[in-house]
Design a protein around this ligand. Sequence first.
Ligand code: NDP
Length: 314
Amino acid sequence: MNTEMKTAGAELLSGKEFAAAIKDDVASEVAELKKEGIEPCLVVVRVGEDPASEVYVKSKVRTAEELGIISEHRHLPEDIKHEDLLAVVEELNSRDDVDGILVQLPLPKHINEKEILETIDPDKDVDGFHPMNAGRLAQGHEALVPCTPAGIIDMLKRKGIEMKGANAVVVGRSNIVGKPMALLLLQEHATVTICHSRTKDLADVCSRADILVAAVGVTGIIREEHIKPGATVVDVGMNSIDDPETARDFFGEDELEKRLNTIEKRGSTLVGDVNAKAAKAKAGYFTPVPGGVGLLTVAMLMKNTVKAAKLRRQ
Ligand code: NDP
């Protein structure tokens, strides 16, 4: 276990490496299940033509195939009626060969997203967004847990970062990242504080964190004064910047030129909630954006699909 705080500049935690390790484990589990005649199956439902959703869904389906998980992509028209989408979910609920159902968000405005998500059978809810799974997680029972926070816990464990007794601060309290992240850290026996938009003196609270998770969606909200020397800083945020001045503030010499080139070529560059220059100088471990947490999410979706396949047959 890494119990001592690191001080000589942050070690970057590579999402690619941890995602590869998770996927290796999943591929082995799938092979074992196949020997027992069980073929895990994931169905991804996409509505409409949102370009980002298309990219995400393709990556999910491709990853499933790579790992031997049967996958189905249901692409439905933008103007599908709410009742018809409900009927698709109900049909998937009733199919015995389907272990995981994921409805890609966002859904078109005329669809009642909450009702759709609550209609998914909780035992097939591989995104872990159903209130039944949120409740199971809150009560410390076996649950399908949202992929991003579950992936972060998996990464911290693989790296041997001590959570027991650690001061953990989660900035953000959404149902898909912040709250489940805090509950998972609590399950690992961390002392957990949750911050949000009304928190007074965010820097003071964060600067006491041994483990700091930022899931806000505000570029560079976490700066030098928020980081305890040697802390583990996990950056969930995904924001884009197009201004060279912001890039100069955000990145040190090791990365600045590359980022300025990206802004010049593509008009913007992807950044997180944490000022990368500050984290690299002061943290012990740091997840970069891109190349950090984002890559864990799809890998954990596969893990959840295998988990659902097993739990449904218990
Ligand atoms: P939400 O917008 O649902 O939640 C943001 C949270 O941040 C809210 O709880 C909000 O507080 C809090 N917040 C906003 N402003 C401040 C502030 N000034 N100080 C402190 N807290 C603040 O976002 P998500 O949880 O869905 O996502 C967060 C970020 O993570 C986004 O950038 C998103 O793109 C990214 N993300 C990345 C994923 C990945 O795989 N890498 C997966 C999912 C999300 P309040 O509740 O008071 O409004």
